[in-house]
Design a protein around this ligand. Structure first.
Ligand code: SAM
Length: 284
């Protein structure tokens, strides 16, 4: 073992609290006091890479670069999780096929936002679901995919995945929507085909923002497996924000371990993790 990797770092309570506050303010992620050891172990490699000796220096470095900078994203990715999968939580894709797309058939127009899209498996699964449901019909369909982390967004835009990550997709889907990697570089990899990726656009959006750069009202918002990191006031603000970006009768999908039951929310629960925007009754 090299001498370098045996050097351990410690963090003062003051420095830890500064990191907690920064992460909360900029991303909404609430890092509990019990996460101190986890934080030290995950961020230590960044201190080593940057040849720094204290968390105080590392904190100041992040502040200097700002939250648009590379190091803030590195920190965010190390302290949160980007875990995702193609067709994760299939109930939502089934519900799109059986309920939502038939509801919108008369319009042949659909707008969807994958609001914490990580490396793109979620928005591409949405696009595959749409392509399969449309068949030979021509629809005006757009999927906006966003995340706070520019690193995962770059991967999502690229649309290149290890074969392992598509191992559960059936062969029809694999042939229709993925190209097989070629040459040394492409060995063991697949790439999303253009006709599918054209349906999806990517941009960096922080869910902590007061407003989002979205002009057309949405039919569906996917906000899955990110709210779990937020505290209740942040979740409440987010949910109310989502409400205003949805069309009347639009849907909100959340992650399997998340719930809005504790909240006096303006949404109606349709099925576990599926909520619908119901317009309020107007007094006449
Ligand atoms: C666990 S992944 C969820 C991916 C996908 N939605 C799914 O369920 O498979 C959580 C994602 O939320 C993103 N994230 C965390 N805080 C965010 C924020 N304030 N705004 C937007 N995205 C955020 C992270 O970068 C990460 O990619």
């Amino acid at each position: 073992m090299s001498l370098e990797s045996t050097i351990g770092f410690t963090i003062t309570d003051d420095a830890f609290s500064k990191f907690q506050k920064l992460l909360y303010k900029e991303s909404g992620i609430k890092l509990g006091d019990q996460k101190k050891t986890m934080m030290v172990s995950r961020l230590s490699k960044r201190l080593r890479a940057l040849e720094m000796t204290s968390f105080k220096d590392y904190y100041n470095y992040i502040l200097e670069e700002g939250t648009e900078g590379e190091e803030f994203i590195q920190m965010l990715d190390l302290l949160s999780t980007n875990k995702t999968d193609f067709f994760r939580e299939p109930i939502h894709f089934d519900f799109m096929t059986t309920q939502i797309i038939p509801e919108l058939k008369y319009l042949k127009k659909i707008r969807i936002w994958s609001s914490a899209c990580s490396s793109g498996e979620e928005p591409y699964s949405i696009a595959i679901t749409l392509a399969e449901a449309f068949g030979t019909e021509r629809w005006n369909a757009k999927v906006l995919a966003s995340d706070l982390s520019t690193r995962v967004l770059a991967k999502a835009r690229n649309g290149v995945y290890e074969k392992e990550s598509v191992k559960d997709l059936n062969t029809i889907r694999l042939h229709k929507y993925f190209l097989k990697g070629k040459g040394e570089e492409g060995l063991g990899k697949v790439k999303i085909k253009k006709h599918l990726s054209e349906m999806v656009s990517f941009r960096r959006i922080n869910l902590m923002g007061q407003t989002y750069p979205i002009k057309s009202p949405l039919d569906i918002i996917f906000c899955r497996n990110v709210m779990i990191y937020f505290d209740r006031p942040t979740q409440e603000r987010l949910i109310n924000n989502f409400y205003s970006y949805l069309k009347p009768n639009g849907y909100l999908f959340i992650g399997h371990s998340e719930s809005l039951q504790w909240l006096d929310s303006p949404f109606t629960l349709i099925k576990p993790t599926i909520y619908q925007k119901k317009e309020m009754d107007v007094l006449t």
